[in-house]
Design a protein around this ligand. Structure first.
Ligand SMILES: C[S@@+](CC[C@H](N)C(=O)[O-])C[C@H]1O[C@@H](n2cnc3c(N)ncnc32)[C@H](O)[C@@H]1O
Length: 421
């Protein structure tokens, strides 16, 4: 006998509860009183709200001035969907926007046309008459008697911090590519590969980072970026690899936040992981390494940081290590317990056409690097994983020789040809 209740034939809505523990990113398209009612409900669920609208009602203008919501003073554009979890279309035609949201798998509510959207939420009723944008001059909101802390004024443009990956354009994320294609200005780090900067169609400015003048160059980047955002431009700040892995991405987020600009950050594939992979080195490998440490070879002032001590199951990946590889390798052996014969690889310009790989030991690597003239833009990998996928050695070859590997980077490491020096 059937003991389960029958499923009703009429399609009843599925009721979900949005937990306030995660700060959902919500886009509200509209500035009317109805949009304000939606914003109130969404803020109550601890969501982060961005409004996109050319006009705001008084309540939303005040909330924007207080910094409770972000405001893009224009019509909706597709890039507004980047990083969003939920979208509410209130005051624009929802047809196309709903379609775009579905393509990006973002839940969308068409507030005035509930049948078009994916979900609806309960909010306080708003009368027809109230539902009219009442303020087109949001710069003079009626300030509440007590404002919490004076938030910096929001600037009209937008800023996206984009990770460009290690070099090959094939390794850009779709999100990064969309951001590049829709930007009004790209401010790029100098080391981002030309193959990637060639994809940019808008004006591009390059950081002039040269040794010893990093501070001035960084100030210049900030100035260019802020000026453009103030002019209402959508700026992409393009960085090599992943912006948050030795990329100063976090510092830039904090700086721009102080100036009233909240960055959207788009991750990139970090050279710390891609370079070993393109050299046929798995950074973890069962029975060989169960941990990876990513470290820098030198601090900003050139001095040595605290390097990871030797552990037989650890892979140590060093960025920015070429200028100090002699000191670094000696320190690893002398002070940190690395066996002199511990396998090491250096991957230069990983994933780019000019990629070179040199393998050796902690003891031999500095000499090999100097012999090949590798001076920067290379990643150092130390640990047993360097040999984990290496072909078996010939039985008559009794010592580990240094090898360079010429890669067909299009086929990644699987088609590497090994050339003994
Ligand atoms: C300032 S750090 C930036 C790291 C970047 N954020 C990332 O996640 O890849 C620069 C260092 O990254 C490494 N690097 C960047 N691109 C590389 C590439 N294509 N091949 C090898 N190493 C690379 C080098 O060690 C270089 O000195």
């Amino acid at each position: 006998m059937d003991v389960y209740p029958p499923i009703p034939t009429s399609q009843s809505p599925l009721k979900l509860v949005l937990r306030p523990t995660l700060q959902r990113q919500c886009l509200v398209i509209g500035g009317s009183r109805l949009a304000a009612a939606i914003v109130r409900s969404v803020l109550a669920a601890n969501a982060v709200v961005t409004l996109v609208s050319q006009r705001l009602c008084k309540e939303l203008a005040v909330r924007s001035a207080r910094g409770e919501v972000g405001w893009l003073e224009r019509q909706f554009e597709e890039r507004d969907l980047i990083e969003k979890d939920l979208v509410f279309v209130v005051d624009e035609d929802p047809t196309c926007i709903v379609e775009r949201c579905r393509q990006s798998r973002i839940w969308v509510s068409a507030v005035r046309h509930p049948d078009l959207g994916d979900f609806s939420i309960s909010h306080e009723p708003v009368s027809e008459q109230d539902d009219i944008p009442t303020l087109s001059e949001p710069s003079q909101p009626q300030a509440p008697s007590r404002t919490p802390s004076p938030a910096p004024p929001r600037l009209p443009g937008s800023l996206t911090l984009v990770g460009a990956g290690p070099g090959s354009p094939d390794l850009l994320t779709l999100k990064a590519l969309t951001a590049l294609k829709t930007a009004d200005l790209v401010v790029s780090d100098r080391l981002v590969s030309p193959a990637i900067t060639r994809l940019v169609t808008c004006p591009i400015q390059f950081a002039r980072k040269v040794c010893g003048r990093a501070r001035e160059a960084q100030d210049e980047i900030y100035k260019w970026t802020l000026n453009a955002v103030k002019e209402g431009k959508n700026v992409v700040r393009l960085k090599g690899g992943d912006p948050f892995v030795f990329g100063r991405g976090g510092e830039e987020v904090l700086f721009f936040r102080k100036c009233g600009v909240e960055c959207v950050v788009v991750p990139g594939i970090s050279s710390s992981l891609a370079a070993p992979l393109y050299a046929g080195i798995p950074v973890t490998h069962r029975g060989v390494a169960d941990q990876v440490v990513i470290a820098t070879g030198r601090k900003e002032d050139g001095s040595a940081p605290t390097y990871p001590p030797y552990h037989p199951q650890r892979t140590s990946v060093f960025l920015m290590a070429m200028g100090c590889i002699d000191r670094l390798s000696k320190t690893l052996v002398k002070d940190l317990g690395y066996p002199p014969e511990c396998p090491v690889a250096v991957i230069e310009k990983a994933t780019c056409e000019e990629q070179r790989v040199v393998k050796g030991t902690v003891e031999s690597i500095a000499g090999l690097v100097s012999g090949l003239g590798i001076t920067s833009h290379a990643t150092l990998v130390v640990g047993g994983v360097v040999e984990a996928l290496a072909p078996e050695e010939d039985e008559w070859s009794d010592e580990r020789s240094s090898v360079t590997v010429d890669m067909d980077v299009d086929d990644t490491w699987s088609s590497a040809t090994v050339v003994n020096d």
